[in-house]
Design a binder for this molecule. Structure first.
Ligand code: ADP
Ligand code: TRP
Length: 323
């Protein structure tokens, strides 16, 4: 049984990109693996300094995970900041990581080019991420393609730590889905909350409909065959099996298809798929005590493992001078 570990940053409404890129795959792992997962609220602090916004997003993301089927009986689920040992390990890792390694991180460069204010937290984001994984012995890390480089950095750092101090950490590996690497947004770019092009999972129905109806299409006439390289086709196929995708392809390639009709069908599909999760979320929102209990138990369990790894790292680095 492998330890599968992943986190998600708690900074906004979950969308189809998060779901198909990583969440649904991660949740499936709970059935046959040892799943560890957390809400990365220390990471959110790199960009959110408003206390109530941070709290709201953190609890909101925890509620989303549980609503989407994360089962606390089968997994270990916690809020990152409830296991603060991870920040100590980050310091260890900072001292064996060159500045150049972090300067090459494209996610950092992207954020800066989009106008986010640079700070040391944002710059060292990949170090905290490596610590998240190593502290709990994560082996397989399900993430979307945009996190691939961060995983490579984590591996590099783990190898370097073991080389300098001896074999303390497992070497993690990214788990990417070859089919759904990048889910496109309604404008055709990568779906991302920072581009405002998402189809959110838990938003009011009206907003979901508005977003789906605004998916960009080309101006091909109704009586002509349509191209399948477009976001409408891609988004729809996320909900279809192979046979159904072939049928959809035929419909696109046969003259007569109206994009508006396909968008309405897609809206129905999205609602049908997420209805049970949306209902569960409403129920969970009224049962905050249950969520707190789950998170508390998860943090207790994660902390036990984190402490063990940290003790090994401290000893390996020579901080156990009193023993
Ligand atoms: P966003 O880009 O909306 O800010 P996050 O960076 O919080 O999303 O991503 C959370 C997780 O979802 C990551 O593992 C990321 O790789 C995955 N993910 C986000 N957007 C997409 C997408 N459009 N396609 C595939 N995976 C995605
Ligand atoms: N950076 C990831 C994201 O934006 C979240 C994250 C934090 C993470 N720590 C992690 C993912 C450790 C996997 C493993 O979604």
């Amino acid at each position: 049984m492998k330890r599968v570990l992943s986190g998600i940053q708690s900074s906004g409404n979950l969308h189809l990109g998060n779901y198909f890129g990583m969440l649904s795959r991660m949740i499936k792992y709970q059935d046959e693996n040892d799943l560890f997962t957390f809400i990365a609220n220390y990471h959110s602090m790199t960009t959110i300094q408003d206390r109530s916004e941070l709290q709201k997003n953190t609890l909101g993301a925890a509620t989303d995970f549980l609503a989407l089927g994360l089962n606390p009986e089968k997994s270990t689920f916690w809020i990152q900041s409830d296991v603060p040992q991870v920040t100590e390990l980050t310091w260890f890792l900072a001292n064996i990581s060159g500045v150049g390694l972090l300067e090459r991180a494209t996610a950092y460069k992207d954020k800066i080019s989009k106008g986010l204010t640079s700070n040391m937290g944002l710059f060292s984001y990949p170090l905290l991420m490596a610590a998240d994984i190593l502290l709990f012995g994560g082996e397989l890390v399900p993430v979307g393609k945009d996190q691939k480089q961060h995983l490579e950095i984590s591996r590099d750092i783990a190898l370097r730590f073991n080389k300098i101090y001896g074999n303390v950490f497992k070497i993690p590996r990214a788990d990417l889905d070859i089919n759904n690497q990048i889910v496109r947004g309604i404008d055709g770019q990568k779906m991302s909350k920072s581009y405002g092009n998402t189809i959110p999972i838990f938003a009011p129905e009206k907003l979901i409909k508005k977003q789906i109806m605004s998916i960009v299409t080309d101006s091909t006439a109704v009586n002509q065959a349509k191209n399948i390289d477009n976001p409408l086709y891609q988004l729809y196929s996320l909900f279809l099996n192979e046979q159904e995708t072939d049928l959809l392809k035929d419909r696109f390639l046969t003259p007569g298809l109206r994009y508006g009709d396909v968008k309405k069908e897609l809206y129905e599909k999205v609602m049908e798929h997420f209805r049970p999760f949306r209902q569960k979320r409403q129920y969970l929102e009224k049962n905050q005590d249950y969520i707190f209990q789950v998170l508390k138990n998860g943090a207790d369990k994660a902390r036990l493992i984190g402490r063990e790894y940290l003790a090994k790292a401290r000893a390996a680095a020579g901080l156990n001078y009193w023993e």
